[in-house]
Design a protein around this ligand. Structure first.
Ligand code: ACM
Length: 359
């Protein structure tokens, strides 16, 4: 190769290296929801390629939600044979899932690019697909369908020993597939209606002296948290899962705003900031676009560029608990790859830049 070209290439490589060094946070996450819309393995590869360019260190793979269970679990095949498919309003069937071999391939591909894949099994809410596959997981035990509309559903996991054992089995397979030090157990948006109507839950509360329904969520999550910790890993939980407390080893992902993260950092938990007004890439980014859903606001790249993971409400020591930040890409309104890139770019670049600031 000509010396001039070599010099230029080295300069570029050196620049990229210096940029990597400049990051102020060890956890630089990008998320993808593959439950609302499914993206084949090749798209995940391209997604990872792009994440690597911008120095993203963790790919948060949202594998389960109401509208689809997307990871093969050998012990419970109905999770994918039933839970990975939904009947659309037009009568067609929509779905898909990743085999365990797909998962291994993706984890290895990411690792080669320096990216850790963090799987999420969202519990006890956002779990309709699992309940459609195994109705005994809910408190009412009725057969339901995998929903084909968006929102927050009342069908949630019942905190029975059977259900807890079921998800420990699921986690056994997840922990084998993913070497990540972190496993995301979800915990967001859990309507408690069905627990309020359940005699089992009433008994459970009495027996364990639990006063509030958020304590029931804590009871459920704690057993999976302990299980994950007994295997030498740690859990990540969405902010509201912490209202009943959290293991001191769990990492809190603050998504509604920074406040859950601020409280968690004060209690000594590690925190990942993902406040929706700065980090939700499913929101439209140009004012010329129509807002697809009422819960969204506009998120321009200029606003992303102003994001700081740290908080002025925390001391220097408390701010050190903030190990990083994450941007999310929920896919209710992202049906295909074209829309995926539209939502991701150019905001990912500005998000990456924001993680170089430490204040
Ligand atoms: C979330 O956006 N429900 C975490």
């Amino acid at each position: 190769m000509k010396p001039a070209i070599t010099a230029i290439l080295l300069a570029i490589a050196g620049h990229a290296h210096a940029q990597q060094d400049a990051f102020a946070f060890s956890y630089r996450g990008m998320h993808l929801d593959v439950a609302r819309h499914f993206f084949p393995k090749e798209v995940i590869y391209r997604y990872l390629d792009t994440l690597a360019v911008y120095g993203i260190s963790h790919f948060h793979w949202h594998l389960t939600d109401d509208q689809g269970w997307r990871i093969e679990i050998k012990k419970y095949p109905r999770l994918t044979s039933i839970g990975a498919y939904r009947r659309e309003p037009d009568g067609s069937t929509y779905g898909g899932y990743y085999t365990q071999q797909d998962v291994r391939d993706i984890v290895n591909y990411a690792a080669a690019k320096g990216i850790t894949v963090v799987p999420e099994i969202d519990l006890p809410g956002h779990a309709s697909a699992a309940i459609a596959a195994y109705p005994f997981l809910s408190c009412h035990g009725r057969q339901i369908e995998v929903p084909a509309r968006w929102g927050i559903f009342r069908d949630i996991i019942c905190p029975t020993d059977t259900a807890i054992r079921f998800f420990q089995d699921v986690l056994d397979e997840v922990l084998t597939l993913f070497p990540s030090p972190y496993i995301h157990l979800g915990g967001d948006e859990v309507p408690k209606h069905q627990w309020r109507q359940s005699d089992f839950v009433k008994q459970l509360m009495k027996k364990n002296n639990i006063k509030y329904y958020r304590g029931v969520q804590r009871y459920f999550t704690e057993q999976l948290e302990r299980y994950v910790e007994s295997k030498g890993r740690r859990c990540i939980l969405w902010g509201e899962a912490v209202r009943g407390g959290a293991s001191p080893r769990s990492i809190i992902m603050s998504w509604r705003d920074k406040y859950a993260g601020i409280r968690a950092a004060r209690k000594g938990n590690e925190v990942i900031m993902a406040p929706r007004f700065y980090c939700y890439f499913d929101y439209p980014q140009y004012f010329s676009e129509k807002k697809p859903a009422f819960w969204m606001t506009y998120l321009t790249w200029r606003k992303v560029a102003r994001f700081t993971p740290h908080s002025v409400w925390l001391t220097k020591r408390q701010n050190e608990k903030i190990i990083g930040a994450e941007a999310t890409l929920w896919t209710e309104y992202v049906p295909d790859e074209k829309k995926l890139w539209h939502q991701l770019l150019p905001r990912l670049k500005y998000f990456s830049e924001a993680l170089k600031k430490d204040r």
